[in-house]
Ligand binder design. Structure first.
Ligand code: ZN
Length: 307
């Protein structure tokens, strides 16, 4: 790793993280991310450029507005650092290549979607749709190397060196990934709606997975969906258990009978479970990030277990 390149890419990541904060705040509100300049949400005074430097300004001002001293969430700092680390990891992983650019773009979009979904339960089209287009476009310059790229040349009896064919197969892989991701989530959403009588996955998730599929191809899309379902289920289970324990303690103070307290606590936890809407995009996005870095190693390891 070249230290000069590494630090430049890290600072670039911080700057993009700063922009991502603007996107996360403004996109769900339907506001432009370009104009006007950022202002303090409380005193509405515009933030000067020297108070808007990534990480540094937040630390210098102690996480408060210069004028009205309103608190500025540490999330701003966190997202800047996270984007910086993401860009640096992509560079460490893939060097100074077009693949690094592709992964930085993909990771940037994912971070934006994860945090927007966590805060507002929305996955803005302004991130997912351009993301889908970018994923398909990137497949023409950075090979997706999935099922189509591996099997079509053999099936069609083409020489592997045909450069044009390689790009074409990569494009097919990207489109297949997008179609698989979108249709799987759409189908799962329809089943969920029937089963629980409420919407578990919206069209935002469908578009998110179309984007993920376009970037990663079919195999890693399946990896993403399965690990996200697993992580989401574990999270749901942990939430219900925690609510049960907490409520049981609360009821135990009022009711002499511990058995009754446990029962009331359980009813209460069931109620929370029924009304809780999980931001599934958070899990899908996080697992897509995981797939980006370790998905292929995992699939190879898993393949060796069976064949
Ligand atoms: Zn202020």
């Amino acid at each position: 790793m070249d230290p000069l390149f590494a630090s430049s890419i890290f600072f670039l990541g911080l700057a993009f993280g700063s922009f991502l904060n603007v996107c996360i705040y403004r996109l769900p509100l339907g506001l432009s991310v370009v104009a006007p300049r950022s202002a303090c949400p409380r005193c509405k005074r515009p933030i000067a450029f020297y108070d808007n430097l990534p990480v540094l300004s937040w630390l210098i001002l102690g996480g408060r507005c210069r004028h009205c001293k309103a608190k500025i969430s540490a999330r701003y700092l966190f997202i800047e650092l996270l984007t910086g680390v993401l860009f640096l990891s992509c560079y460490a992983y893939l060097g100074l290549t077009l693949a690094t650019l592709k992964y930085c773009v993909f990771g940037f979009l994912l971070l934006g979607l994860i945090f927007t979904d966590a805060e507002t339960k929305l996955l803005p089209d302004k991130l997912t749709l351009p993301g889908l287009a970018l994923g398909v476009a990137f497949s023409l310059i950075v090979p997706v190397d999935d099922v189509a790229s591996q099997f079509l040349p053999v099936m069609l009896n083409l020489p592997f060196s045909a450069a044009l064919a390689t790009h074409l197969f990569s494009l097919v892989d990207s489109l297949l990934g997008a179609a698989l991701g979108a249709s799987f989530i759409y189908g799962a959403g329809a089943v969920y709606l029937r089963w629980r009588g409420m919407e578990g996955m919206g069209f935002g998730d469908v578009k998110l997975m179309a984007m993920v599929g376009a970037f990663l191809g079919m195999k890693l899309t399946i990896f993403t969906i399965f690990t996200a379902s697993l992580a989401g289920s574990l999270f749901g289970l942990a939430t219900v258990l925690m609510v049960w324990i907490k409520r049981t303690h609360r009821f135990a103070r009022r009711l002499a009978n511990l058995q009754a307290a446990r029962q009331r606590g359980w009813q209460s936890a069931q109620m929370v479970y029924r009304h809780y809407q999980m931001p599934f995009g958070v899990f899908l996005g996080s697992m897509a990030l995981l797939a980006l870095f370790v998905g292929n190693q995992f699939l190879r390891w898993y393949g060796r277990l069976w064949w």
